[in-house]
Design a protein around this ligand. Structure first.
Ligand SMILES: Cc1ncc(COP(=O)(O)O)c(C=O)c1O
Length: 378
């Protein structure tokens, strides 16, 4: 498998030449390679990609091309998607709740690792999947700060339940492991350090030696003016594991989604109207590529390209921005900084739109960005 060749130099060259009237995603394989290299060269363990962040075959292909061979899949459709691109993919099924039919399908796909956060779900797997060599990871949830939003409400068990789960996993003959997710867009190493110390304590209380520990996703992507530095987080993880587990230190696995793929996409929208009050209608909104902006905020790396292909930078001011549907909820959650000479027909380009944008687009009202073009640079 090789890296996808870029056909256009930049989003601007494409937009200027083609003048599309619909929103477009631009894929930048070079940026995906850069983030993958950062994880592959610095994370002290196995890097598994959380496919839910962006399941475009181009993304999976390009990750495989640079050396990512393990994938966190949330559904049978994601298993099929990954295997369709790379037959040798190692699959971790870390959506903690599954139907028996999904478990049977996972077994047929050769899933090697499952996560659980309740005994009932563990028993469901054990009734179908033979233990030999299969890993089951107990998902721990703690009240830890630092992320943009916390996942602990929906998934994860407290330390007491994880002790019970580890003992039961072991008794059933599966390889016991622990996983956690500190919440997405987390830039605070202390979140991982707190989790790791409780993981070590829980393993001792359960009387179980962990072969592996999964330190989750959650690693922050570039939002705002400066890119987060993930290397100190990787170092903090390694140090915390050594100090908490000592000689019993497990092998590590991470499963980033956002931080791997966010910078690999630019979303280009077009100005449909500039209203009398200065607010703006774009041709994409929260039912399209901005689906997570109500919970995460809108990305703020924004450029505007005018008719002549030049970037407009004068008199940047905050403007209210609406999406194209007839639903009044379809409004970006915070004003967007846009130039004072913004005009109908201009393109507004949002960088860092690779995660949870392409994967969550709907066709509500007949809108929704579906086109994707590969470029050399964003
Ligand atoms: C089990 C699991 N692992 C990894 C991820 C990826 O998280 P992120 O995109 O914050 O890195 C998620 C996100 O929902 C998840 O549920």
């Amino acid at each position: 498998m090789s890296i996808t060749p870029a056909i256009w130099a930049t989003p601007q060259t494409y937009l200027h030449h083609e003048q599309p009237d619909h929103p477009m995603f631009f894929f930048i394989p070079e940026n995906l390679k850069k983030s993958a290299d950062l994880f592959l060269q610095n994370y002290p363990g196995l890097v598994s990609y959380a496919v839910k962040a962006n399941d475009a075959p181009e993304v999976i292909e390009n990750l495989v091309a640079v050396g990512v061979g393990a994938f966190d899949v949330a559904s049978v459709a994601e298993m099929a998607r990954v295997r369709g691109v790379f037959k040798g993919a190692v699959l971790h099924y870390n959506n903690p709740v599954r139907s028996p039919a999904e478990i049977r399908a996972a077994m047929d796909f050769g899933v090697v690792s499952y996560s659980v956060d309740s005994v009932s779900e563990l028993e469901k797997i054990a009734a179908i999947v033979p233990a030999n060599g299969v890993e089951i990871t107990a998902r721990l949830a703690l009240p830890v700060a630092g992320a943009k939003y916390d996942f602990g409400d929906k998934f994860g068990a407290g330390p007491e339940r994880v002790v019970e789960l580890l003992q039961r996993i072991s008794a059933l003959g599966f390889n016991p492991s622990i996983t956690f997710h500190p919440g997405t867009q987390c830039a605070d190493p202390q979140a991982w350090v707190s989790y790791i110390s409780v993981c070590a304590d829980v393993a001792v209380r359960a009387g179980v030696r962990l072969a592996r520990l999964n330190t989750g996703g959650g690693y922050a992507a570039h939002r705002g003016q400066t890119a987060p530095d993930l290397v100190p987080i990787f170092t903090a993880i390694e140090t915390a594991v050594q100090s908490a587990f000592g000689k019993a230190a497990p092998k590590l696995v991470c499963e980033p989604g956002r931080a791997l793929v966010a910078d690999a996409f630019v979303l280009a929208t077009r100005v449909k109207a500039v209203r009398d009050d200065g607010s703006v209608f774009l041709n994409d909104g929260i039912y399209g590529g901005f689906g997570e902006s109500p919970s995460m905020g809108t990305v703020d790396r924004v450029r505007v390209m005018g008719d002549n292909g030049a970037i407009k930078t004068d008199g940047l001011q905050p403007r209210k921005a609406f999406g194209p549907t007839c639903d009044s909820l379809d409004t970006l959650p915070a004003p967007v900084m846009l130039p004072d000479d913004l005009s109908e027909g201009d393109y507004v380009l949002f960088s860092g739109m690779g995660a949870y944008a392409h994967a969550t687009v709907t066709r509500f009202n007949g809108y929704g960005v579906t086109d994707m073009v590969t470029v050399q640079q964003g």
